[in-house]
Design a binder for this molecule. Structure first.
Ligand code: ADP
Length: 594
């Protein structure tokens, strides 16, 4: 497979895996854990609290003499609270049934400024309305997020055809003396824009304050010492149970403390009042970040060399890790899991791909080098034969007084052997020059039949030593345009290979046929053949099959690489079919002259 394509596929896979896994429960658990961690790490500078709590704790319940006397005691305490002039009073109690002390409570409610009462959704559905609705400026829902950890608050709740705003939002709206306007992305209360989308029931992330940041007094404390109610002056007072026995909605918060519902509403009120909202980044930005991270990892390991790439990869990972933090500091909640997973997968994937790719390349180069060395060995060995003959003959000629016939014979031998040497050197030089494209090829028309005949005649001399025959089936004579000498070299090479890699007494069949404007010239043998994966490499310089080496047949592994170069220079290609033990067929496909 193409290396570039493989590299891109690795990165694309990292991206897809990261994005797909981001829809799993594991991903949301990790995102939430990261959110809680960052929440505590990047606490903002909180403005002074604008709310306070009036809590009904165990001690208050005991002091009032039980739940049945609660409304009367509460009424008394609320009179003190009202005297302190709070900005609003929000009652997080379910007051759906009449009970003892209702008259006193009704009177106290009537005097409480900006009174917000709570409505609950009971098991059977619908709303459980408070019986004191007439005294209230607003009724708000007192539900929290259904998650085990309360991070959001749904600012709106719809039930049985009625939509209620959250109690804290109603309290805020009343203190701000504004109304609530809905837009497709936000809620507008006066000049305040609250990011809360309708598809999430207008959920808002609560900016919890540290425990104790919102001041509180218990019902008992106010009843026993009414002067302490001065604490509530100018604040929104949230009234509700904190007694263990009464609180059913005590929830965990990102601050890792449990809070009763009334306190959660007070913190949500503070979030609204401070106007410092945490907004979730749109989903597409997470996907976009994944793609960018994978692309950057790709660029780094594609373009940068060695250790610089590893350092840059490390920096990219650092960036991916700090991205959610940087955005959190800008009050943007960004997913952690998917971008981090994609960053790690793509950095590790790209690094591993490049590392193993480079190693493979190294192994190949190493193999090529050793083959080259072998070839040089072989060539020098081959050169020694003509050199020895030349040396020997010249020595004989200079030392002894030879008769003219003998002298002539020696001179002819020297001439023939030096020509052979020159041919060997030329072949090697041609190979190099063919490789870098600096060899000038002749461009002349020539007859294939004639070129073929010349090659077959020479090859037959070699074949005869193995009692082999070469059959020629010439269907058509065609003309080719190019360099006849080089073409003969190529054909002769295929023929000698066919003879060299075949057992004795077998047949080599040469066929030339014309199909349209193509000439197909094939050389088929009944020799040792090759495995398909060996065939892929036979045109590499210095490659030799194991089979050929095991059989002890000498060769350089260069011949076919020259043949391929020659055929390519003639605008053709080579097809090879081969079966181990059965034989091979090399077909040259060349553009014929019309
Ligand atoms: P050489 O024959 O000098 O080794 P080549 O480049 O001509 O180099 O061939 C490369 C390799 O391809 C050979 O070493 C041999 O293993 C294999 N090969 C070539 N031709 C044949 C053939 N006709 N039958 C089987 N194997 C062949």
């Amino acid at each position: 497979m193409n290396r570039h394509l493989g590299f891109v596929l690795v990165l694309a896979a990292a991206c897809v895996v990261g994005i797909l896994l981001s829809f799993t429960r594991l991903a949301s658990t990790i995102d939430n854990a990261a959110y809680d961690w960052m929440f505590n790490l990047h606490l903002p500078a909180y403005p002074a609290a604008r709310s306070a709590l009036l809590t009904i704790d165990e001690a208050s319940l005991t002091a009032t003499g039980g739940r049945q006397h609660l409304r009367k005691t509460l009424a008394g305490a609320l009179e003190h609270v009202a005297a302190a002039k709070p900005s609003a009073v929000a009652i997080d109690l379910i007051l759906a049934e009449p009970s003892e002390g209702d008259e006193a409570l009704r009177a106290a409610f009537a005097r409480a400024p900006n009174l917000v009462l709570g409505a609950d959704i009971p098991q059977h559905g619908g709303w459980e309305w408070p019986i004191f609705r007439a005294q209230a400026r607003a009724v708000g829902h007192v539900h929290a997020d259904p998650d085990p950890v309360s991070r959001h608050l749904p600012l709106m709740k719809a039930q049985a055809g009625d939509r209620l705003w959250a109690m804290c939002l109603e309290a805020y709206r009343l203190t701000a003396q504004a109304s609530i306007l809905e837009t497709p992305t936000d809620l507008e209360v006066g000049a305040m824009l609250i990011p809360a989308r309708p598809e999430t029931a207008r959920a808002m992330r609560i900016r919890y304050r540290p425990p104790g940041a919102i001041q509180r007094l218990s019902l008992r404390e106010v009843t026993e010492d009414p002067s302490r109610a001065a604490l509530f002056a100018g604040k929104a007072v949230f009234v509700g149970f904190t007694a263990q026995s009464e609180v059913k909605d005590r929830l965990m918060t990102p601050m890792e403390v449990m809070m009763p519902g009334v306190e959660i509403h007070a913190h949500a009120f503070e979030t609204l009042a401070a106007g410092d909202f945490l907004t979730d980044a749109p989903a597409w930005t997470g996907v976009f970040a994944c793609i960018i991270l994978a692309a950057l990892a790709g660029l780094i390991f594609w373009r940068m060399p060695g250790w610089i790439a590893y350092v840059a990869g490390g920096v990219l990972l650092l960036l991916a890790h700090s991205l959610p933090h940087l955005l959190f500091r800008q009050s943007i909640v960004f997913p952690t899991f998917a971008p981090l997973l994609v960053a790690w997968l793509s950095v590790v994937g790209a690094a591993a791909y490049q590392y193993f790719g480079t190693r493979l390349q190294l192994v190949r180069t190493e193999q090529e080098r050793s083959r080259y060395q072998q070839a040089i060995h072989f060539v020098t060995h081959e050169m020694r034969t003509p050199l020895t003959a030349i040396q020997g003959s010249s020595e004989l000629m200079s030392r002894y007084n030879l008769n003219p016939d003998k002298q002539k014979q020696m001179a002819q031998m020297i001439n023939a052997e030096s020509k052979r040497l020159a041919r060997m050197i030329t072949t090697f030089l041609n190979l190099e020059r063919l490789g870098d494209g600096s060899l000038d090829l002749k461009q002349e028309p020539f007859s294939v039949a004639q070129a073929l005949e010349a090659c077959v005649d020479r090859a037959r001399l070699v074949a005869e030593r193995k009692q082999m025959t070469i059959d020629v089936i010439q269907a058509d004579d065609a003309a080719l345009n190019g360099d006849r000498e080089l073409m003969e070299y190529a054909i002769y090479n295929l023929l000698t290979n066919a003879v060299k890699y075949s057992p004795a007494e077998t047949v080599v069949t040469v066929k030339s046929e014309r199909r349209g404007n193509q000439l197909r010239l094939s050389v088929a043998d009944q020799g040792m053949g090759m495995e398909p994966q060996e065939v892929k490499h036979i045109f590499d310089k210095f490659y030799r099959t194991k089979r050929a080496e095991a059989a002890g047949i000498e060769g350089t592994g260069i011949g076919l690489s020259i043949v391929l170069e020659i055929i390519r220079h003639h605008g053709g290609q080579i097809e090879v079919s081969s079966k181990p033990g059965l034989g091979s067929c090399f077909t040259l496909v060349l553009p014929a002259l019309s």
